[in-house]
Design a binder for this molecule. Structure first.
Ligand SMILES: [Zn+2]
Length: 506
């Protein structure tokens, strides 16, 4: 007998329909699965066989053939266990054959027949929102599915339970209501523990407001990590759509739990400089998203940028350029979103004190040269804001007689306004000034005459590359947005230019 059960494969963060066809025929006992890669076939067979027996059913004598179709859809993970087992029970006459519009099923089986949570369920739920079909899923994934509106979900804890429900013709499912409003964010001042450093704070506010990649350059102990971490908290909360979008990535990464079924906070990821390329970009037999995707819509902080392997830094090129990362795998390629704001931190030289007003640098010029060469041009080329950070003692001296900082609620409000202006400008959520493509710069970054003159003079005087000029224009756009100014004026250009002192790294 032939039984067909509907299921889903998760590719990247998208769900694709998969049909599980099970044929039970007479003949010598065998159990074959077609369409699963390599070792996972053997494992799935062992789990399914034990789960069926330990749930009080018979594993059919004879030839059991399972086909996961279509063949070209890459399949990975353990989520086909439940539909395979249900198909075997139907094809061997222990359950009614599923109808055409039968439920979509996913779930991993334990040897004892319990259904265990799988990764990627939020992606499947997102694809099924509004569909009249039922989604039968592990009880452990229930909270995750509730993030999506309009899914008819039936959580099950065991194969036995799923089989009983199938015999009864499936219950009326609860329809999920979707993610609620994000909890109110704490209102304490992210900068309250960061003394002085007004220039760095201002530059990081621009970075967060417009999604501009930034590099903090300063000696050890200057508080670069604290600055980056606190700056990330200045961003406005994720919208409801973004909550689902970001949570889908965490679902595939297997990082959601029943207690924390989705992410409300913008991510802040800070991988160590020993991070491998697969951990950074994603990968594996069942590809999991890497750090660049886990930082999607948030901040990717790379401390001690000079210590990262050159190949790792080079690998950042695609996500920085495209906002996605392509992961190669056995069955082809899959794509994960990776649109983040990069904040890097760098010592100015190996000892860290080059240019420090109080402590002499002990490095030889050749060492400094070698240290800086390790940072590939392609990355420095994508940095919008170069920010000098001094140690607090020096920063204190600078601040004396300097400006008093604006209250943080004004700064947060300015960032929120800048984000709103960008949403109106680009007509959609999430696109930021830092991503304005080259051929649209002159549409969105209109300078007044003074600003134009200043930029032209600086470009000639500093010998700025066209790419650098565009970076200045994008940053100036954000500075104007922070002031609610539609026109980009000379003072905005001047400030943007002040963060462009690549000479510090030459
Ligand atoms: Zn040094």
């Amino acid at each position: 007998m032939l039984a067909k059960v509907s299921s889903c494969a998760v590719v990247g963060i998208d769900a694709l329909a998969v049909e599980v066809e099970v044929d039970v025929a007479s003949g010598l006992p065998s159990f074959d699965i077609v369409g699963l890669p390599g070792a996972s076939v053997r494992e799935a067979r062992d789990r399914v066989r034990s789960a069926i027996k330990n749930s009080g059913f018979d594993f059919p004598m004879g030839r059991v053939t399972v086909n996961l179709a279509p063949a070209h859809v890459p399949k990975a993970g353990t989520l086909f266990d439940l539909p395979i087992a249900m198909g075997i029970l139907a094809a061997s006459g222990q359950l009614p054959l599923p109808a055409r519009d039968s439920p979509v099923m996913v779930g991993e089986l334990s040897l004892d027949g319990s259904v265990r949570a799988v990764w990627g369920v939020l992606c499947i739920a997102a694809a099924m929102g509004g569909s009249p079909r039922l989604l039968v899923l592990p009880r452990g994934n229930r909270a995750e599915v509730e993030a999506v509106a309009g899914v008819r979900a039936v959580p099950v804890a065991t194969l036995r339970e799923a089989a009983e429900l199938a015999k009864q013709g499936w219950p009326r499912a609860e329809i999920t209501a979707g993610v609620g409003d994000p909890p109110a964010q704490s209102r304490d001042d992210p900068w309250k523990d960061v003394w002085g450093q007004e220039t760095a704070k201002r530059a990081l506010e621009i970075s967060i407001a417009g999604g501009h990649h930034a590099l903090l350059i300063g000696p050890p102990g200057a508080g670069k990590t604290l600055l980056a971490r606190q700056a990330a908290r200045l961003a406005p909360p994720l919208s409801r759509d973004e909550v689902v979008e970001v949570s889908r990535i965490y679902s595939v990464a297997g990082l959601l739990s029943e207690d924390e079924p989705f992410l409300y906070q913008r991510p802040f990821r800070s991988p160590h400089h020993t991070v491998t390329i697969p951990a950074l970009l994603g990968g594996g037999a069942a590809p999991r998203p890497g750090e660049v995707s886990l930082a999607h819509r948030g901040v990717l902080f790379l401390d001690e940028l000079g210590e990262f392997d050159r190949a790792v830094i080079d690998a950042l090129r695609e996500p920085l350029e495209e906002g996605v990362v392509t992961v190669s795998r056995v069955f082809g390629r899959c794509v994960f979103p990776a649109r983040f704001t990069l904040i890097g931190a760098l010592n100015p030289c190996p000892c860290g004190y080059l240019g420090d007003p109080e402590r002499p640098c002990s490095c030889r010029p050749a060492e400094v040269h070698r240290y800086r060469r390790r940072l590939s041009g392609p990355i420095l080329d994508r940095i919008d804001l170069f920010i000098r950070v001094q140690r607090p003692a020096a920063g204190e001296a600078r601040l004396r007689g300097g400006q008093r900082s604006a209250p943080v609620r004004d700064r947060a409000a300015a960032i929120a306004r800048a984000r709103r202006l960008q949403r109106e400008r680009f007509g959609r959520e999430g696109r930021l000034n830092g991503e304005i493509p080259f051929d649209e710069i002159h549409v969105y970054c209109v300078l007044d005459r003074e600003g134009e003159r200043l930029l032209r003079r600086a470009a000639a005087g500093w010998n700025l590359s066209p790419r650098s000029v565009h970076r200045v224009m994008r940053v100036a756009r954000t500075i104007a947005d922070l002031e609610g100014d539609e026109r980009i004026r000379a003072q905005h250009v001047a400030e943007a230019l002040s963060y462009r002192q690549e000479s510090q790294l030459a």
